[in-house]
Write a protein that binds this ligand. Structure first.
Ligand code: CTP
Length: 400
């Protein structure tokens, strides 16, 4: 996957700079071409001679060569690359990248680079956890840069925590994964709803459902792998965010999910509504816990929640693509087709509870995809991540 790929490796002033030698070796072994750009502080930790020997190219550090005055064009370099990897990336470099402080060759190259950028932070645990560093990393994510999260472990300070640069093998694997997946959704804005919603009855009870969120999270992962800017709006689930390029917004009730989703939809290219939104909520919520002794009979009065999919369907313009889900226990096809029309969806994914191994509780799912033109594609039972890949493939085929 890395064969023939042109990679700029940015090295900054961290003790982890010695690992850059292994990164170069690994990339070259896989057939990539590597151009090292190193900051002045980086040279304190590893010599340019080591790096140029391993990469078979002169190392770039200054804007021009002191020897003959020749100019190192960061613009040409930025255009040359298929990817830029900054490993290790110190807190200072991350701060400069986030704020456009172009005072060295590495940052000017970063600002000129049109290719995808990968950043592997390396620093002490408290520096990494500091809100300033975290905000800068969030800014880089918002620019579309991919952050290769540091690992937990012993640090140069002998403290133990998160901040150690990810291992070279893993960094190279991240690049390989990136190049192995077609970037069919590169820079597309994708909105995904996932999980159940909880509708409060009193401070300790709610109406909910069995949705695990796994399908929506797998979809978010599949989109992020294809280069999309993903916003994942999720009800209460116990799942880790699967990809660093995903912006996650946690909500609880259908009302909250409605507010966030309708606010973000106008900016989105694609919306995939996989959440199992509660259709009803209690008409009133008790401020205190409902006590058993006071009630010998309890009737809950419910009122309907707003339909998020239908609301998006009403405002959708022709350059947007709206995908819904249908989970049915009977007359599945009929109901799915009716929902496609009623909610003005472009595509609906039908999963039937009649199928063994499909639905809420399983890691597998069996789906059919229906579109507005009346096409139907049936898929066999598969792992949810593979199902997500099938769905995204269909979306890109129809929309992009
Ligand atoms: N949906 C939504 N907002 C709601 C209810 C549903 O966005 N308040 C979305 C779901 O995320 C899904 C699609 O609409 O993509 C279909 O959901 P489903 O619950 O099957 O449809 P309902 O309209 O609620 O119909 P019913 O429950 O009567 O089958």
């Amino acid at each position: 996957m890395l064969k023939g790929k042109k990679i700029i490796l940015g090295i900054t002033g961290s003790i982890a700079a010695y690992k850059a030698a292994y990164i170069i070796r690994g990339l070259i072994k896989k057939g990539a071409e590597v151009q090292v750009v190193i900051t002045p502080a980086g040279k304190e930790f590893i010599t340019p001679l080591t790096l140029s020997t391993l990469s078979s190219k002169p190392v770039i550090s200054e804007f021009f060569s002191n020897r003959d005055g020749s100019w190192n064009s960061h613009v040409d370099l930025g255009l040359w690359a298929d990817a830029m990897l900054i490993a290790p990336a110190t807190a200072a470099t991350i701060g400069k990248m986030a704020n456009g402080i172009a005072d060295n060759m590495l940052i000017t190259t970063y600002l000129s680079c049109k290719a995808p950028v990968f950043v592997a932070p390396a620093m002490d645990l408290d520096m990494y956890a500091h809100p300033s560093t975290q905000q800068n990393l969030d800014r880089l994510r918002a620019f579309g840069n991919r952050i290769i999260e540091p690992a937990e472990g012993e640090l140069a300070s002998h403290l133990v925590g998160k901040g150690r640069m990810e291992e070279p093998d893993q960094i190279i694997r991240t690049l390989e994964d990136f190049f192995s997946c077609e970037q069919s959704l590169f820079k597309k804005k994708v909105l995904i709803t996932a999980g159940p919603t909880y509708e409060k009855i009193d401070p300790v009870r709610f109406i909910g459902n069995y949705s695990s969120g796994k399908m929506g999270f797998a979809l978010a992962n599949a989109c992020a792998q294809r280069g999309a800017d993903v916003t994942l709006i999720t009800g209460p689930v116990s799942l880790e965010t699967p990809h660093s390029q995903i912006k996650r917004i946690d909500v609880e009730s259908a009302d909250e999910m409605y507010a966030v989703t309708t606010q973000l939809f106008p900016e989105s290219d694609v919306a995939i509504l996989s959440a199992a939104v509660a259709d009803f909520r209690p008409a009133s919520r008790s401020e205190q816990k409902i006590k058993r002794e006071k009630e010998d009979h309890l009737t809950l009065s419910l009122v309907p929640n707003k339909d998020i999919a239908a609301a998006l369907g009403r405002t959708k313009h022709e350059r947007q693509f709206l995908v819904g889900f249908a989970l049915e226990t009977n007359d599945a096809l009929l109901h799915a087709k009716e929902k496609l029309q009623r909610k003005n969806l472009d595509m609906i994914v039908l999963n039937s509870l009649e199928e063994q191994g499909a639905g809420f509780k399983y890691d597998t799912n069996k789906i059919s995809i229906l579109d507005r033109e009346g096409n139907q594609t049936d898929y066999p039972l598969k792992d949810k991540q593979e199902v997500a890949n099938d769905i995204i493939h269909k979306i890109t085929e129809r929309f992009i």
